[in-house]
Design a protein around this ligand. Structure first.
Ligand SMILES: Cc1cc2nc3c(=O)[nH]c(=O)nc-3n(C[C@H](O)[C@H](O)[C@H](O)COP(=O)(O)O)c2cc1C
Length: 175
């Protein structure tokens, strides 16, 4: 069958969503993202396609930094909440969603307590790609829980396997 261009991204699923967080002038915000990739090892660069109208994207651009966090599947409801609310309405969207955070070790980015892994990224470039803005960040710090040592131990870290949005997040449960 022919695939509608609007559905192409669904061919990539299941995907592990990450949380992109940013802070600027006392405002803290975050959003789940799946359109991300590690695009260079040296220097370490990651790219994320963001809706330019989104508050989190705007704050990441203004602060020129963002963090990317990976969380266990226990946080599914939190991801849903962060995906269905806008950072414009909360001074601290992470706190409003029940996530504690502290400052980054290298950059002024929110780092989520209890995350399995965190990347602190300095915004290196941004480029308009159709209806999204491709943010490219240089990773200034990267750390992970004991569930990671060269590879993930998926007995210790159970990620969300996102399969799409119907009236809520759907996940791949055969794991
Ligand atoms: C699993 C999942 C993945 C998402 N991936 C992206 C993404 O890669 N880029 C994006 O711009 N929005 C993505 N979204 C949508 C944003 O998370 C959502 O619009 C969010 O509410 C934006 O928050 P903000 O308005 O505070 O910026 C995703 C949503 C979900 C549920």
């Amino acid at each position: 069958m022919k695939v509608d261009p609007k559905l192409i991204h669904r061919l990539f699923y299941p995907q592990v969503p990450a949380l992109l967080s940013a802070g600027f002038k006392g405002r803290i915000t975050a959003m789940p993202v799946v359109s991300y990739a590690a695009v260079s090892d040296s220097p370490p660069l990651v790219a994320v396609a963001c809706n330019p109208e989104g508050f989190t994207c705007k704050l990441a651009v203004r602060s020129k930094a963002f963090s990317l966090s990976f969380l266990r599947k226990d946080y599914l409801a939190t991801f849903e909440k962060l995906a269905t609310t806008s950072g414009t309405r909360e001074k601290d969207k992470l706190k409003a969603a029940g996530l504690k955070h502290g400052p980054g070790s290298e950059l002024p980015v929110p780092v989520i307590e209890g995350a399995e892994a965190t990347l602190e990224c300095r915004l290196r470039s941004k480029a308009r790609m159709g209806d999204h803005l491709l943010l490219v960040g240089r990773v200034e710090a990267a750390y992970a829980s004991r569930a990671f040592s060269e590879f993930w131990d998926f007995r210790a870290y159970r990620p969300i396997l996102y399969t799409g949005w119907t009236d809520r997040m759907t996940t791949y449960r055969d794991s």
